[in-house]
Design a protein around this ligand. Structure first.
Ligand code: FDA
Length: 308
């Protein structure tokens, strides 16, 4: 309930102004975001790689309504991939990129977004790595999956994300599991109506476990994006049951969340990838992280009160 209220309130320009301008916000942003520039992203990637972790980088921004802005996002990804490659960080897909379709024009025109994503995928291939398309609000899901399916002939390793909370996702997993596809499974960070999504925590967890089973039994490359200890344990058990080797699936977590667990999993020999956002447009990302965990939100509100 609190999560839904915060996600809805976050659209208010006044709340946005309050959060963005509060000096205390900076330290919270720094715990979840690598920094503002591509150099910051490369620096953090280097440190994570040194600790044996894989990385996916997200240039923050979403809901672009301007063609020039969408082109600037493409340029940023191309520049980032070149920098990562020059540093030897992309080899074998060790560091890849995650792209939000609405950041490259999906809301404006699906054909434009497809073209932009193809450009980023070509730059990633040139650098020896891959792209994964993030899943956003419900209206963006169908066009995103359509773009991913359309581009997969040319870029077979183009990954996509399934949000377990959506009622359609079990069927989406079924259709993706048999095609050797890279699929990231997350619970879902957006607030959606119960006509299209499970809203109770327990229902979402069960839906995640069902999707997980389908993907682990399939022939694709599942990427389990969760910090939930029970689901991580179930993934390990399913890997044993299905006879999957350690390099045929991976765990994924967000930068700054459960870093000890990230290292523990990597030390067991598992493939563990950290999702690292960077850039100045961190508001939407931060609000989703605060909404996920009441304790984070309470801490944030207390620090606003005590220092204002
Ligand atoms: P859950 O929220 O139940 O958390 C389980 C445990 O993890 C908590 O008890 C706590 O210990 C820890 N934890 C979780 N969130 C925390 C936080 N903010 N701060 C501190 N601790 C926290 N969503 C989406 O809609 N589209 C997408 O494309 C993606 N992409 C994506 C990539 C990757 C790599 C990850 C890990 C996640 C996403 N997500 C996403 C976000 C995802 O949908 C979900 O909102 C978060 O991962 C939180 O859900 P958990 O599965 O971790 O479970």
């Amino acid at each position: 309930m609190l999560r839904r209220t915060l996600l809805a309130a976050s659209r208010s320009p006044r709340l946005r102004q309050l959060i963005v301008s509060a000096p205390q916000t900076r330290s919270i942003v720094e715990s979840y975001v690598a920094g503002e520039t591509a150099d910051d992203a490369v620096r953090v990637t280097r440190a994570l790689r040194a600790a044996g972790l894989l990385v996916t980088l997200d240039y923050l921004g979403e809901d672009t309504t301007d063609e020039a802005q969408a082109a600037a996002v493409v340029d940023e990804y191309v520049k980032l991939l070149a920098k990562l490659s020059a540093d030897g960080l992309t080899h074998g897909g060790a560091a890849e990129v995650s792209v939000k379709p609405t950041a490259v024009g999906l809301t404006l025109d699906a054909a434009l977004a497809r073209e932009n994503i193809a450009q980023i995928a070509a730059a990633a291939r040139e650098a020896g790595t891959t792209v994964t398309l993030d899943a956003e609000h419900y209206e963006a899901i169908e066009p995103t999956l359509r773009i991913a399916a359309g581009l997969r002939n040319e870029f077979p390793d183009l990954g996509c994300v399934i949000q377990a909370c959506l009622r359609r996702s079990a069927a989406d997993c079924q259709s993706l599991a048999g095609h050797g596809t890279r699929v990231r499974l997350c619970k879902g960070a957006y607030s959606e109506p119960d006509t299209v999504a499970y809203r109770a925590r327990g229902d979402v967890d069960l839906a995640y476990a069902r999707c997980l089973k389908v993907l682990m039994n399939g022939s694709g490359y599942p990427m389990m994006a969760t910090h939930d200890p029970r689901l991580i344990e179930i993934t390990g058990s399913l890997a044993m049951l299905t006879g999957r080797s350690e390099d045929s699936f991976e765990y994924q977590m967000l930068y700054g969340i459960r870093p000890g667990e990230q290292r523990r999993l990597a030390n067991t020999g598992a493939r563990m990838r950290v999702y690292v956002p960077y850039g100045g447009d961190w508001y939407g990302y931060l609000v989703r992280r605060l909404a996920e965990r009441p304790r984070n939100l309470a801490f944030f509100v207390r620090s606003l009160r005590s220092k204002n």
